[in-house]
Ligand binder design. Structure first.
Ligand SMILES: *Cc1c(COP(=O)(O)O)cnc(C)c1O
Length: 409
């Protein structure tokens, strides 16, 4: 459609937008089901004016929900003052954010922060950090997701994502997630780093057995390898603590952060723990044009402040527990229970009906993510209320019944 035609048809419906999408946006995301143009709290609206309860939260990104007044005010104020100054210079917002990230990570003296623009970029920085150990081998886990840039993709396990782009970065091996014997065998004196998610998000919200991260810490320390924990999805209060590794009481060598950190404003971070690790990357060895600019830094500072001042970590734990109990009470033949921590959860299904269920739930006004054929992922804003969980659960049973009826197997 030309601009002139568009002016003559000012009221455009969703179908028109989706046609224009497929004509103009590169097809890597398939066909999105909705065109969203507005949000408030835990709700979003499509361009046809229909409202949805957002239980995906932009994939664990919109930690404060949509249009949070403090985030809107902070971003507006910072935009008026300085959006970008480059890394030839610095800004108070960037410095404050680095200090604050070290603080919430509980990282020791000598810890430092590199600010990037996305999760994959935080992982790239981590990969370069590990190369400076003088070793080149990296151990990651089966089921792992670490991003889509070619370096991060080498750590990501899924064959469908990797194979079209091989050969990738050499020296990466994948071991079964949660298997301590496999770590003992794979982590050697040639291993630069072991990279693990504390909860595997894209794999379908998979928790390791108790003691796994502690074991990963012990074996890497023993063999002189770094332990890098990917907190991109699990971080910023979502699991009930600032970071997933904190449930295990360990101190990693580095963590990667992104998604929820900016509350929707793109930002990523690598936190290096202690001066020994922080000293691995020096002047000229890494960089970014946008990373840590004052706009993104101001957004992230506000997210951290609001998560703390509004008690959103304890809230996420409470509302997540309410959701867990609600799903446990459903007693439906399609539901195999739920798993996760805080507000990073999956509803397990007894049959591969997750895509059909997600479509039916969307028609009933709820957005969920069919992360695997047999699992729905929920990663809602941390401000989700128990009442909103009850609204979802009330609609879930009739929707499950309908999906069962259509696919009686
Ligand atoms: C989303 C994600 C990434 C990649 O982040 P992008 O911002 O999409 O590049 C990396 N690791 C984990 C655990 C993630 O969930």
């Amino acid at each position: 459609m030309t601009d002139t035609e568009q002016m003559m048809n000012p009221v455009e419906g969703q179908a028109d937008w989706l046609q224009r999408y497929s004509d103009s946006v590169l097809g890597v995301f398939g066909s999105p089901p909705l065109v969203l143009d507005r949000g408030e709290g835990c709700y979003v609206w499509d361009v046809d004016g229909r409202r949805y309860l957002d239980l995906i939260g932009g994939i664990a990104v919109n930690a404060l929900g949509h249009g949070h007044p403090e985030l809107v005010a902070a971003v507006s104020k910072q935009a008026a003052e300085a959006i970008h100054v480059s890394n030839l210079f610095t800004s108070p917002a960037q410095i404050r954010l680095a200090e604050r990230l070290i603080e919430v990570a509980g990282a020791p003296a000598g810890s430092k922060v590199f600010l990037a623009n996305s999760g994959a970029e935080a992982i790239e920085a981590a990969i370069k950090l590990t190369r400076r150990t003088g070793r080149t081998e990296i151990v990651a886990a089966e089921g792992a997701f670490h991003g889509r840039t070619t370096g991060a993709l080498a750590l990501t396990a899924k064959a469908a994502y990797r194979e079209p782009f091989e050969p990738l970065l050499p020296g990466v091996t994948h071991v079964p997630y949660g298997d301590t014997d496999a770590l003992d065998a794979a982590v050697t004196e040639r291993t630069a780093a072991l990279v693990l998610e504390p909860v595997q998000g894209e794999a379908g919200v998979v928790l390791p057995p108790d003691g796994y991260l502690q074991h990963a810490r012990a074996v890497t320390a023993e063999r002189g390898a770094l332990l890098v924990v990917d907190e991109i999805q699990s971080g910023i209060g979502r699991t009930g603590r600032w970071f997933g590794f904190q449930h295990a009481g360990i101190t990693p060598d580095a963590i990667t952060v992104a998604k929820g950190l900016g509350g929707g404003v793109p930002i990523g971070a690598l936190v290096t723990f202690g001066s020994h690790v922080s000293g691995l990357l020096g002047p000229t060895q890494h960089g970014t044009t946008f990373g840590g600019n004052p706009l993104a830094a101001a957004a992230a500072l506000t997210v951290l402040d609001v998560v703390e001042s509004q008690g959103l970590m304890a809230h996420a734990e409470r509302v997540g527990e309410h959701l867990r109990q609600g799903v446990a009470r459903l007693d439906h033949p399609l539901v195999a229970g739920s798993r996760g921590l805080g507000l990073l959860r999956a509803v397990g299904l007894t049959r591969p009906v997750a895509p059909a269920l997600a479509t039916a739930l969307r028609e009933a006004g709820h957005l969920v993510n069919p992360v695997a054929p047999d699992a729905l992922r929920l990663a809602p804003p941390l401000v989700l209320t128990t009442g909103q969980v009850d609204d979802f659960l009330a609609d879930l049973t009739p929707v499950l019944d309908r999906v069962l009826e259509e696919d009686p197997a």
